[in-house]
Each structure stands twice: as structure tokens, then as C-alpha cells.
Write a new protein. Structure first.
Length: 118
């Protein structure tokens, strides 16, 4: 039996915490689509590329001191989230939409901003 979207997202959050790009990409289907800041990436290789860029940008801004996902709205196989990462003097705020099929992420849209903490 496939994971629910909620279970798949919890696994995804745990994968993100490791920073392991292979583990992060394992949460996605082979033919997934990731749209982030006007770029379209496809497949697990595209997901790795997208997260490598995000993690590098966050690391350049400061040490990740915390990650919160205060808004999670599930509707069937769709999830919308709002999140933020505490980087000390900097902060990253974002929102994502996920579509899940068979316990994996098939589509993700991401919009985030890195800037001064407020």
C-alpha cells in the first residue's frame, strides 16, 4: 500500500534534514516535475539539482538554525505549505505546492526568498 500524502511529506521533511540529495530525490517519482523560481527541472536528477542550489544558497546566507512549516493544507493528493528557515541574521521564507501519486511527489512548485531576518 502506498504512503498517504501526509506520510510521504513527513518522510520528505526528514530527508531534507539530512542534506543527502539521493535521499531527498528518493521521495520523488522518476518522471517528476519541479518548478522553482521560474526554472523547470525534471526527474530525480533535476530534483537533486534544484535542492543543491537551494541548500547552497541557504548555506551562503548562514547556518540553518531552524526550519518551520506552520501551514500545511492537504486536499486529496495535493499539499500546500508555507515555511521558513532561520539563518541567524538572514531568513528564508517560502511556499510550495506538491502533488502526490502512489506515495511519491510527482509535481512540486517552490517559491522562496532569502533576505534579512525580521
Amino acid at each position: 500500500m502506498a504512503r498517504t500524502p501526509q506520510e510521504a511529506f513527513e518522510t520528505h521533511l526528514a530527508s531534507l534534514g539530512t542534506g543527502d540529495l539521493d535521499l531527498i530525490a528518493a521521495d520523488y517519482s522518476d518522471d517528476c516535475i519541479q518548478i522553482c523560481n521560474s526554472q523547470i527541472r525534471r526527474g530525480k536528477a533535476g530534483v537533486k539539482e534544484g535542492f543543491a542550489a537551494l541548500l547552497a544558497e541557504l548555506a551562503a546566507a548562514g547556518e540553518i538554525k531552524g526550519l518551520e512549516v506552520p501551514v500545511r493544507v492537504y486536499e486529496d493528493n495535493v499539499l500546500y505549505i508555507e515555511w521558513w528557515a532561520d539563518l541567524g541574521d538572514m531568513r528564508c521564507d517560502g511556499n510550495d505546492t506538491f502533488i502526490f501519486e502512489d506515495g511519491q511527489i510527482t509535481v512540486q512548485t517552490v517559491k522562496y526568498y532569502v533576505g534579512k531576518a525580521w
